[in-house]
Write a protein that binds this ligand. Structure first.
Ligand SMILES: Nc1nc2c(c(=O)[nH]1)N[C@H]1C(S)=C(S)[C@@H](COP(=O)(O)OP(=O)(O)OC[C@H]3O[C@@H](n4cnc5c(N)ncnc54)[C@H](O)[C@@H]3O)O[C@H]1N2
Ligand code: MOO
Length: 399
């Protein structure tokens, strides 16, 4: 058996970053992958401004307000308007976000201020030099490198781009991923099940997972179990950046995917030391990479996370790996496995991880229940309380 890393080294070497990029308005760019480095062209905020509604004050020779010294109120400055300079012991009525006038060296919040009846004077309690002034560039300074090419944009990132004044951004175009599922037992949702049949869940799971990662899905459909039909579908898939199939990669004989790929290109069938997800095929049809995932739905999801997602990221210049968290085990594993296991787990109220009772790779409800996948290495036994690395599913933005 190969380790997952050995397989990934070979597979990811075939992932060439896409040549095509597109310019998108930032309001359309959520989840897209940057095809440019983003450097700030300006300071944010662009000038010192007030953090509070109150009074901007020139303290003169003092370092703080006394509560008794009166400051002459010379003007009112609203956000978006520029005030006149303040002389020592002068003040300006000011509002949150308004630019600090020259000469002012603190802002007293209005709750700490008393204005004279005629409105000409103000006194302020407990306000010292620099208080309530948001300094120019305190968020971002000109020249800051904010994001690298390949970074995937979140909602916060989109807000940050807007704060730089960026209206448009260059991102990778969505890769085209062709998918096909095989198996005579498969029926599409909405149709009646016949004897020996099950619903095709992989097709929909894969489509949704690909869409969530900003891919364009080329659905080759559920292919009739003949060599000719399989070849025709795969040839159609050649226009894509990657072809992904599910099912038919194990040792069974009643499947034409392997033969069809071998005829049209090249195929390596591997056993990977992971559970689920042992059988995996990798090859190409013409120049288009081909990945054959196992048929069991949990194995599809786990290999999608561990193999397909890194491939899709690499197509868009992103080499980030799945983050691992560490939790204490709430269970024992006395019998070691010859494969690394990815166990469906939930975190209980005491912070321990508990596993789903049935870890079979045919039990898709275990994944719907799970908050994460706990990793138990090949040959490892586990005692309650042992630390285990966990992939949290929320870290993957599929929901
Ligand atoms: N003698 C051996 N048998 C098996 C081995 C082995 O090493 N020796 N490996 C097992 C492991 S592990 C896995 S994983 C599976 C993988 O099998 P295949 O990739 O060949 O997949 P199929 O046999 O076509 O299907 C497996 C399973 O998944 C169901 N399936 C398939 N496609 C779909 C779909 N689109 N939607 C929902 N469910 C699907 C299918 O009905 C089977 O139950 O092989 C083991 N066997
Ligand atoms: O490796 Mo298979 O994925 O156990 O079920």
């Amino acid at each position: 058996m190969k380790t997952l890393q050995q397989a990934l080294d070979i597979i990811l070497a075939a992932a060439q970053p896409l040549a095509n990029t597109q310019r998108l308005n930032i309001s359309q760019a959520l989840g897209h992958y940057l095809a440019e480095d983003v450097v700030s062209p300006l300071d944010v905020p662009p000038q010192d401004n007030s953090a509070m509604d109150g009074y901007a004050i020139n303290l003169g020779d003092s370092s703080a307000t006394s509560g008794t010294t009166q400051f002459e109120v010379t003007q009112t400055i609203n956000a978006g308007h520029i005030g006149q300079p303040l002389l020592p012991n002068q003040a300006a009525r000011i509002f949150t976000g308004a630019e600090i006038p020259a000469g002012a060296n603190c802002v007293a919040m209005q709750e700490n201020c008393t204005r004279s009846d005629d409105g000409q004077w103000v006194t302020a309690h407990s306000t010292a030099l620099g208080d309530n002034i948001r300094r120019r560039g305190q968020d971002i300074t000109v020249g800051n490198e904010l994001f690298n090419q390949g970074h995937r944009l979140t909602a916060v990132d989109i807000g940050l781009l807007a704060s730089l004044g960026r209206a448009n951004i260059t991102v990778y175009r969505p890769p085209k991923i062709a998918i096909l599922s095989t198996g005579d037992e498969l029926k599409e949702p909405g149709q009646a099940l016949g004897p020996g049949q099950i619903y095709n869940s992989n097709r929909y799971l894969l489509t949704a997972a690909l869409q969530a990662l900003q891919c364009e899905v080329v659905d080759l459909g559920q292919v009739e179990d003949t060599l000719a039909a399989t070849q025709t579908a795969l040839i159609r898939g050649q226009e894509a950046d990657l072809i992904v199939s599910t099912g038919g990669v194990s040792v069974g004989e009643a499947d034409f995917v392997k033969t069809a790929v071998e005829r049209l290109g090249e195929l390596n069938s591997w056993k990977i030391a992971i559970k689920p997800g042992k059988p995996l095929a990798f090859g190409r049809i013409g120049d288009t990479p081909f990945l054959g995932l196992p048929g069991n739905p949990v194995a599809v999801f786990v290999t999608f996370l561990l193999v397909v997602k890194p491939f899709l990221n690499a197509l868009r210049g992103n080499n980030s790996t799945h983050p691992l968290r560490v939790f204490s085990s709430g269970f024992d594993i006395k019998r070691p496995s010859d494969r690394r296991q990815y166990m469906r787990i939930k975190i209980d109220q005491t912070g321990l991880i508990q596993r789903f009772g049935n870890q079979s790779s045919g039990v898709l409800s275990s994944l719907a229940w799970a908050e994460g996948l706990a990793i138990v290495e090949t040959g490892q036994t586990v005692n309650k309380g042992d630390a285990l690395p966990v992939i949290l599913l929320n870290d993957h933005q599929f929901s």
